[in-house]
Design a protein around this ligand. Structure first.
Ligand code: MOS
Length: 755
C-alpha cells in the first residue's frame, strides 16, 4: 500500500503498523459484556422519568388534555403542555440555518403529524410517567389529513443538505427526441423509518445555568448548539456525552424534538430527568426517509449507448419544513450521456419532517435508476452488465471533470467473476433451482459521494513516550473507536495500545458529524494532522539540539516509528520520544489538526466511491415468496483503514438494500394518517433467515486526490447497488417488473394471475 502524503510538507510519510490492519473493535469487549454505557444507562441520584404523550391524529388540534387526572396519579411530579411550557430562548419554528430542522417542542396545540409530542409527563418512575401520559386522554379537533403523494406539488429549489433541486447538462429534449430507442418508467419508494436499535434517549441534569447531558448524537457540537440556542446558555456551560450510539443512520444527526423536551423537563422540575422514546414513538418526531415517485427517461442509440438521461423525483415533505429527498442526484455521475437532467418536486403531507436516512437521495434514487437501466438493457437486448460497461462514465459526465479515482470497472469484473455472472441467460424465467423455484440474477451499480465535513483533533506525546489522541468523533456502530484510533496511532508513530484515544464528548475538539460517509475522512484527517503536528514539534526539539543523535537531521528527514525518531537515511541513528522530552524537561508535547476538504481538489475532481452488487433470488412459482439466495458486492472506496470493519459496513449496507427491496414500508392509514405498522413486528426488516450468504469484495483503489488519507466513505454505499440488483433479479426470475418498493409476493401474484 502506498504511503500517506504528509499533510504539512507534501512529502510522503511512511505508513505505520496500524492502518490497513483488520483489528477487532476496541470497544467490542465492553459491548458484549454490557459495560458500554449508552445514554439511557445513566441513572444519576434523584432521577425522574419523563414520558412523551404523542398525538394519535395526523392533523388538527388538541382540544383537551386531562392534566388533572394525570397529576392526581401518585408518582407524577409534573405535566408539561403548551399552556405551562417554560419559555424558550428561541422559536422552534425558526430555522437558524437552512440545515436545521423545525422541532415540535409543545409550542402550540396544533397537531402536524401523528406521533407528534403533545405533552410530557414527569414522574418518580417510568411506570408512573407512562400511566400519567395515558391518563391525559387527549381529545382533538380533527382535520382530514393527506399522507400520499397525490396532492399539489411544487418545484424544489433546494434538496438534501443544500443541493440545487435541478441540475442539467446538454440538451435533454433534443437528444431524447433524436435517439433510436427510449425507455420511460416510474417507480415508487415508500416512507421508511431508521429504526436504530437504541431509541432516542436523553438524561439531562441541570446545575444552575450549567447542564450535563447524556444522549446519542452523531454530532456533539451541533447538538450543543441546539441546546445553547433553545435554553439561552453559553456553550461552555453545556457538556454532551455520547460515547456510544446504538445506531443513528441519520436520525441522530441533529437533536430531535423529544431530546430537547428532555432538557426542558429537567429544567422544569429541577432534577435529573431521563426521557426514552418507545419504539412506536420513533415513528414521527425523529425523522424518516421520504416517500418518492421517480420517473426515468433514458434515450439510447441503436448500440445501447445512452445519449439522454432524465431523472425526476417527486418527494413528500412535511407541512412545516423543507427537507426534500435528493433522489435524482443519483443520476448525476453514474452513467455517461450527452444530456443529463435531474429534477425534483415536492409535495406537502401530514407527516413528521423527513430527514437524512442512510444513503439519503442515493438509496431511493439508485433503486429507480438501476431498475430503469436494467429495463433499458433488456429492451435493447443487451446483457445488463455489458450495458453498464458500454455506458461507463470515464469522466464525470455533467461537467467533464476527471474522477479522483474510479475502480468501478474492476468492481464489475471482480464481482461478476466471484458471483458467476457469465452464462446468465438474457431472457427471464429460464432458470430453476432443485426445488423448482424460479431463479433470477441481477446486477446493480453502487455509488456514493466521497465528502468531507470539517473536524478538529488534538494529539499529545507524553513523557513516557506514549500518546493521546482526542476528537469528539462518534461511534454509532460503524467502528470509529477503532478505525480512528488506528489512524491516530500511525500518525504518532506508535502501536495502537501505546495511544490513549478519547472520543464521543462535546468537550473534545469538534470532529464534525458522523454522517454522509464522511467521518473517517474528516475526523481521520484531523487526527492524522494532529499527530503529525505533535511529531513535527518533537522533531524540532531533537534536530535543533546538539545533544541529540538527530542534531542537524532536518534536511535528510526524520522518521517516526515505534516511539522513536530516526534519520531517514540511517534509521539506526535516532532516539526515543521519551528521551527527547526528558532532555527538554517537558512532560508532554501537543499537536493539533484540522480535517477539511481541499478546495483545489474539490474543484478539479469528482469524488465518489463505487461498487457493483450481484444478486440471485429464488421465487416460489405458486406462492411468489421471494428469497435472496446470494449477494456479492464488490466495492472500491480508496484506502481501507480496517478491512474487517469495512467489510462489516458493506454487509450492513447490503442487508439494508435487501430490506429496501423486499421488506421495509411504513404503511399509512389514509383516513387517520396514522402509521399502521409503527413497531418492529409489522414494519418488516430482514432477520437472519432472510439474509443469504453475503460476500463483500474490497477492490483495491489508490486515490491520491480525494483527501490526504486517500479514504472514501463506506457506510452508505452498500445499500445503493443492492436494491436494484435484487429488483432486477426478481424480474429475471419471473419476467415481472414491479415498479414499487418493497416488492411483495402480492405484486407478483397479481401479475401472474393476469397471466
Ligand atoms: Mo447519514 S443519513 O449522513 O447518518
Amino acid at each position: 500500500m502506498s504511503d500517506i502524503a504528509s499533510l504539512q510538507t507534501g512529502a510522503r510519510l511512511r505508513q505505520g503498523s496500524n492502518i490497513g490492519q483488520p483489528m477487532t473493535r476496541r470497544d467490542g469487549v465492553l459491548k458484549v459484556t454490557g459495560r458500554a454505557t449508552y445514554a439511557a444507562d445513566n441513572n444519576p441520584e434523584g432521577l425522574l422519568h419523563a414520558v412523551v404523550a404523542a398525538a394519535t391524529i395526523a392533523r388538527g388540534r388538541v382540544s383537551r388534555l386531562d392534566v388533572a387526572a394525570a397529576k392526581a396519579h401518585p408518582g407524577v411530579v409534573a405535566v408539561i403542555t403548551p399552556e405551562n411550557r417554560p419559555q424558550l430562548a428561541a422559536d422552534p419554528d425558526d430555522k437558524p440555518n437552512p440545515l436545521a430542522f423545525r422541532l415540535d417542542l409543545l409550542q402550540s396545540d396544533a397537531v402536524r403529524y401523528a406521533g407528534q409530542p403533545v405533552a410530557v409527563v414527569i414522574a418518580t418512575s417510568l411506570e408512573a410517567a407512562s400511566e400519567g401520559a395515558a391518563l391525559l386522554a387527549p381529545q382533538y379537533e380533527v382535520e382530514a389529513p393527506r399522507v400520499d403523494l397525490g396532492g399539489e406539488s411544487f418545484e424544489a429549489k433546494i434538496v438534501g443538505p443544500g443541493f440545487p433541486g435541478r441540475a442539467e447538462s446538454g440538451d435533454f429534449d433534443a437528444e431524447y427526441a433524436a435517439c433510436d430507442q427510449t425507455l420511460e418508467a416510474t417507480y415508487e419508494t415508500p416512507a421508511q423509518y431508521h429504526n436504530a436499535m437504541e431509541p432516542h434517549a436523553i438524561v439531562a441534569r441541570w446545575d444552575g445555568d450549567r447542564i450535563e447531558i447524556d444522549t446519542p448524537t452523531q454530532a456533539p457540537a451541533i447538538a450543543l448548539g441546539t441546546v445553547a440556542r433553545f435554553f439561552g446558555i453559553a456553550p461552555e456551560n453545556i457538556l454532551i456525552r455520547s460515547p456510544f450510539l446504538g445506531g443513528g443512520f441519520g436520525s441522530k444527526g441533529m437533536l430531535a424534538g423529544p431530546q430537547v423536551l428532555g432538557v426542558m423537563a429537567a429544567k422544569m422540575v429541577g432534577a435529573p430527568v431521563k426521557l426514552v422514546l418507545s419504539r412506536p414513538q420513533m415513528y414521527g418526531p425523529v425523522g424518516h426517509r421520504a416517500q418518492t415517485r421517480q420517473t426515468l427517461r433514458l434515450g439510447m442509440a441503436a448500440d445501447g449507448r445512452m445519449t439522454a438521461i432524465a431523472h425526476h423525483t417527486l418527494a413528500a415533505t412535511s407541512r412545516f419544513d423543507d427537507f426534500v429527498e435528493p433522489a435524482s442526484n443519483a443520476s448525476h455521475a453514474l452513467y455517461a450521456a450527452k444530456a443529463i437532467r435531474a429534477t425534483h418536486d415536492a409535495t406537502r403531507i401530514d407527516v413528521g419532517t423527513p430527514r437524512f436516512m442512510r444513503a439519503p437521495g442515493e438509496a431511493p434514487g439508485s433503486a429507480a435508476l438501476e431498475c430503469a437501466i436494467d429495463e433499458a438493457a433488456f429492451a435493447a437486448g443487451i446483457d445488463p452488465l455489458d450495458f453498464r460497461l458500454r455506458n461507463y462514465a470515464e469522466v464525470e459526465p455533467m461537467h467533464g471533470k476527471p474522477f479522483s479515482s474510479k475502480a468501478l470497472r474492476e468492481c464489475y469484473l471482480q464481482g461478476a467473476e466471484r458471483f458467476g455472472w457469465a452464462g446468465r441467460p438474457l431472457e427471464p424465467q429460464k432458470l430453476r433451482d432443485e426445488k423448482g423455484r424460479l431463479v433470477g440474477r441481477g446486477v446493480g451499480t453502487a455509488q456514493f459521494p466521497a465528502i468531507m465535513f470539517e473536524g478538529k483533533a488534538r494529539a499529545v506525546i507524553r513523557a513516557d513516550g506514549g500518546g493521546l489522541a482526542e476528537t469528539s468523533a462518534e461511534d454509532m456502530g460503524q467502528g470509529a473507536w477503532t478505525a480512528l484510533h488506528q489512524i491516530a496511532a500511525d500518525s504518532l508513530g506508535l502501536a495502537i495500545d501505546a495511544v490513549e484515544f478519547r472520543a464521543g464528548s462535546s468537550d473534545l475538539p469538534d470532529a464534525g458529524i458522523a454522517g454522509g460517509s464522511g467521518h473517517t475522512a474528516t475526523a481521520g484527517t484531523a487526527l492524522y494532522r494532529a499527530g503529525e503536528d505533535a511529531i513535527a514539534r518533537l522533531t524540532a526539539l531533537a534536530v535543533g539540539d546538539r545533544r541529540s543523535p538527530l542534531f542537524g537531521a532536518g534536511n535528510v528527514g526524520v522518521v517516526a516509528r515505534d516511539g522513536r525518531l530516526s534519520r531517514q537515511d540511517d534509521e539506526s541513528r535516532g532516539e526515543s520520544y521519551a528521551a527527547i522530552l526528558a532532555r527538554a524537561g517537558l512532560s508532554e508535547i501537543e499537536g493539533s489538526g484540522r480535517g477539511v476538504a481541499d478546495p483545489a481538489t474539490e474543484e478539479a475532481y469528482a469524488k465518489y466511491a463505487h461498487g457493483a452488487v450481484f444478486a440471485e433470488v429464488a421465487v416460489d412459482p405458486d406462492l411468489c415468496q421471494i428469497r435472496v439466495t446470494r449477494l456479492t458486492g464488490a466495492f472500491a472506496a480508496g484506502r481501507i483503514i480496517n478491512p474487517r470493519l469495512v467489510e462489516s459496513q458493506y454487509y450492513g449496507g447490503m442487508v439494508w438494500g435487501l430490506s429496501f427491496a423486499l421488506h421495509e414500508e411504513a404503511v399509512h392509514d389514509r383516513r387517520s394518517g396514522r402509521i399502521m405498522n409503527a413497531n418492529l413486528a409489522e414494519y418488516h426488516v430482514p432477520v437472519n433467515a432472510d439474509v443469504p450468504s453475503l460476500e463483500a469484495i474490497l477492490v483495491e483503489e489508490d486515490d491520491p486526490h480525494v483527501n490526504p488519507l486517500g479514504v472514501k466513505g463506506v457506510g452508505e454505499i452498500g445499500i445503493t447497488g443492492t436494491v436494484g440488483a435484487i429488483a432486477n433479479a426478481v424480474f429475471h426470475a419471473t419476467g415481472i417488473r414491479v415498479r414499487r418498493f418493497p416488492i411483495l409476493p402480492a405484486d407478483l401474484l397479481r401479475e401472474m394471475a393476469r397471466g
